[in-house]
Design a protein around this ligand. Structure first.
Ligand code: NDP
Length: 486
């Protein structure tokens, strides 16, 4: 019997996706560079469904029904190109190569273009949900040609996470669109985690609320409009006790956050398409600062806060009531900052869509993130409603949607108080504060960019436009300072 799909690369993600496919009734041909991994998978989980064991890519390709579908789940980067190069001579026109790894979208665009010239389909698929998601139902964001989705889509939809019975999988756009959308998902994930971290730090530093107690605060918050997977697991991490010391685990973990690159790519792409993804960029920078441990050891001992640091948390938020009010303020600051991160991420998708020729459907994309992935949150349902209109009637920014505009207004006084308290007492809150600045920048009728333009014109004759007449102008700064048409 021919296999429905082949999977090459059987480390944790490939193995779990293969098992997920098999459990859903598909016959899956298995291949891995080192055969031992294939055999280990068959030995441990061969009973999950129908598998075909293969030792070479030629055997894998031979075992497949047509059009052939080969899912590559190897390490991102050069290994993907190397596997593609080995596969191409073995395939026929119309066959489909799928890259389900975390590939950079520009590489996916390049690969798609080169394989299209060979009449092969190349589908870059964003897969989110980690190993558990891969096995039980991830959020899936496929790109590539629409035609390839006709053949591949039903399979991917079947193995995807379901939200109220709806698959968290839909074709998002051509060539690298799937990997791009997954990248932005990860960027938002960075911001989502950073704002949680800032809330944690502020509640502890300014109100003396220790991790175990905060576990309860986050559990409570998970019943509010913040309800989400990340808030839920925050309470679990915070209540975890270290086995050796009995201290909260979070106090013995090194405070240096790792990163694999997708947040950085999102920030870089934001700069490239001219979309201000400040919350995501600040989150990436916050991880970078956390990693500068040697420098921090010096600066920690040298830099002063410039405020009376002897004030204890209880002196700042003395009464239980004050503390309670502060916690609620932090919750609102977190929610507002999180909305900014989503608004910026979605704006960036629109900008990238224009840049790369993708017709990205924001409502559909929000629907894919409702289950299976790391940023799954109740909020996504409301985001879908906000974009439930033809493109020209959709809000130009998520925060303009009436429900979110109202939510921000409701959070604003608290948000300002929290950012002010962070600055007053010297607690870093880069995303809380930069998101508030982003909001205020959008809100202001006039920005100091007018002065920037004046300066640019002064030193570089970069010219400027006027608010009161058409045209481009230059002031003759080094001459008589009269204005001329430029
Ligand atoms: P790894 O990224 O650790 O890659 C290991 C696999 O790649 C092994 O099967 C290995 O084969 C194979 N491989 C490496 N180099 C080559 C090569 N030159 N030729 C052929 N095969 C090669 O595996 P993961 O399962 O963690 O991730 C797979 C992809 O999924 C990555 O792109 C990752 O970023 C992405 N991803 C991972 C998530 C996670 O939670 N881990 C979540 C979402 C996406 P061998 O056994 O022979 O060494």
């Amino acid at each position: 019997m021919s296999a429905h799909i082949g999977v090459t690369g059987l480390a944790v993600m490939g193995a779990n996706l293969a098992r997920n496919l098999a459990r859903n009734g598909y016959t899956v041909a298995l291949h891995n560079r080192s055969v031992a991994r294939t055999d280990a998978l068959l030995q441990a989980h061969g009973g999950d469904g129908d598998f075909v064991r293969t030792e070479t890519l030629a055997e894998l390709v031979d075992s497949l029904e047509r059009p052939r579908r080969v899912l590559i789940m190897v390490q991102a980067g050069a290994p993907v190109d190397s596997v593609i190069a080995d596969l191409v001579p073995l395939l026929d026109e119309g066959d489909i190569i799928i890259d389900g790894g975390n590939s950079f979208y520009e590489e996916t665009r390049r690969r798609e273009e080169s394989l299209r010239a060979k009449n092969l389909h190349f589908v870059g698929v964003g897969v989110s949900g980690g190993e558990e998601g891969a096995l039980n139902g991830p959020s899936i964001m496929p790109g590539g040609s629409k035609e390839s989705y006709d053949s591949l889509g039903p399979m991917l939809e079947k193995i995807s996470a379901k939200y109220n019975g709806e698959p968290c999988c839909a074709w998002v756009g051509t060539d690298g669109a799937g990997h791009y959308v997954k990248m932005v998902h990860n960027g938002i994930e960075y911001a989502d985690m950073q704002v949680i971290g800032e809330a944690f730090d502020l509640m502890r530093s300014l109100a003396g609320i220790e991790p175990r107690e905060q576990a309860g605060v986050f559990r409570e918050w998970n019943t509010t409009d913040l309800a989400s997977y990340l808030i839920e697991i925050t309470s679990e991490v915070l209540e975890q006790e270290d086995e050796t010391t009995g201290r909260p685990l979070v106090d013995v973990v090194v405070d240096s956050a790792g990163q694999k690159g997708t947040g950085r790519w999102t920030a870089i792409s934001g700069l490239e398409v001219g979309s201000p993804v400040t919350a995501i960029a600040e989150s990436v920078f916050a991880r970078s600062i956390s990693s500068q441990r040697e420098l921090r050891a010096v600066t920690n001992a040298t830099f002063s806060a410039g405020v009376d640091e002897t004030l204890s948390a209880t002196e700042k938020y003395g009464s239980a009531e004050d503390r309670q009010d502060f916690v609620e303020d932090v919750r609102k600051a977190l929610y507002a900052s999180k909305l900014v991160a989503y608004a910026q991420g979605l704006d960036m998708l629109v900008a990238a869509g224009e840049e790369y020729g993708w017709e990205l459907d924001l409502k559909a994309i929000a629907s894919l993130w409702r289950a299976g992935c790391i940023i799954r949150a109740d909020l996504l349902d409301t985001i879908m409603k906000a974009y439930d209109a033809p493109r020209d009637q959709q809000p130009k920014n998520l925060l303009l949607a009436p429900e979110f505009n109202e939510a921000i207004n409701e959070c604003l006084p608290a948000w300002r108080r929290v950012v002010a308290a962070a600055a007053t007492y010297g607690v870093p809150a880069p995303v809380f504060s930069s998101s508030l600045s982003y909001y205020d920048s959008l809100r202001r009728e006039r920005l100091p960019a007018a002065l920037t333009q004046g300066l640019r014109d002064y030193f570089g004759a970069h010219t400027y436009k006027r608010v009161d007449k058409e045209g481009t102008f230059h002031t003759q700064w080094s001459g008589d300072r009269s204005e001329i048409d430029a």
